[in-house]
Write a protein that binds this ligand. Structure first.
Ligand code: ZN
Length: 293
């Protein structure tokens, strides 16, 4: 990386932020969100190295310092609730302090990227063979395909979707079968929301929903409404988009900045799974006992 560094002339922070806004205007973000440029260094530096991460954890900050980046793009906003102090007593405060002390700029796109056509939800949707796709809640005044969540028409067996999703997120998937569903059930409609999708997906009529996380009681609501639930763990349902975005950003900056994805960023939950078909069959057996018909 160091040898290649000499070839990067870099760009001004304002020019990089402009490209990020061009990709997904922060005006699309939810009202409750906190997006855009969150830290602007006191001493302006030419932006030559840009680190992409899903979450700005302390290991990721350490990586940013070691790799001497000038800008971190963190999908989730590292500053969300107002900070009343910046001390060393809490990890979130230490993260902000480290950026400030080292003149590292910080930008967060969050729900603007969720809504973007070709953004986070569309990345996750590619786990499904798509016959048709539309946002669950279209964004008014934005280009077609922009909006929250996705509703997809498809024709796939449930076990095929599970397998395909596992490959997409490079991780194991939690499966909550709807009463009466089996691994062979033909899935014709899918609701998708990367991250925590229960409130957006609530009440939709679909054979299957895919999201990152959901509470026990929310899962039961879906499985008793003929909807099977696939959960990938929150950030696993989002992180893969960074790899898709990396070359897009580099190109929009005329390859004048080195853009790369963090090696330290990962979901805090690790799922230990055995053979997925065996597990699904076990679920089906339980349901057969409940309903002999
Ligand atoms: Zn999220």
């Amino acid at each position: 990386m160091l040898r290649r560094m000499n070839t990067f002339s870099g760009q001004k922070l304002a020019a990089v932020v402009k490209e990020l806004e061009n990709f997904a205007p922060t005006s699309w973000a939810e009202k409750w969100d906190n997006v855009g440029l969150l830290i602007e260094p006191h001493r302006e530096k030419q932006i030559k190295k840009i680190l992409l991460t899903n979450d700005l954890t302390e290991p990721v900050v350490k990586e940013a310092l070691e790799k001497e980046v000038e800008l971190i793009i963190s999908y989730h906003p590292p500053i969300f609730k107002p900070l009343t102090r910046i001390t060393q007593s809490h990890w979130k405060e230490r993260v902000v302090a480290a950026c400030l002390a080292n003149d590292i700029a910080l930008y967060s796109p969050h729900t603007a990227w969720d809504k973007k056509s070709g953004g986070v939800n569309d990345w996750l949707s590619k786990a499904v063979n798509i016959l048709s796709i539309r946002p669950l809640e279209p964004e008014l005044g934005a280009p077609p395909g922009t909006g929250s969540g996705r509703y997809i028409e498809t024709k796939m067996e449930l076990s095929q979707v599970v397998e395909s999703l596992q490959k997409r997120i490079k991780n194991s998937v939690h499966v909550a079968l709807a009463v009466g569903h089996t691994p062979k059930t033909l899935i014709q409609s899918v609701g998708i929301c990367a991250g925590s999708g229960a409130s957006l997906l609530k009440g939709i009529q679909a054979d299957l929903i895919i999201t990152g996380e959901m509470s026990h009681h929310e899962v039961l609501e879906f499985t008793h409404n003929n909807t099977t639930v696939l959960l990938c763990n929150h950030s696993n349902s989002e992180r893969g988009f960074l790899h898709e975005f990396c070359p897009i950003l580099a190109k929009s900056l005329n390859e004048e900045c080195l853009v790369f994805v963090s090696e330290e960023d990962e979901d805090p939950l690790v799922t230990v799974a055995s053979d997925i078909n065996k597990e699904l069959s076990a679920f089906v057996d339980v349901y057969k006992q409940l309903d002999p018909a």
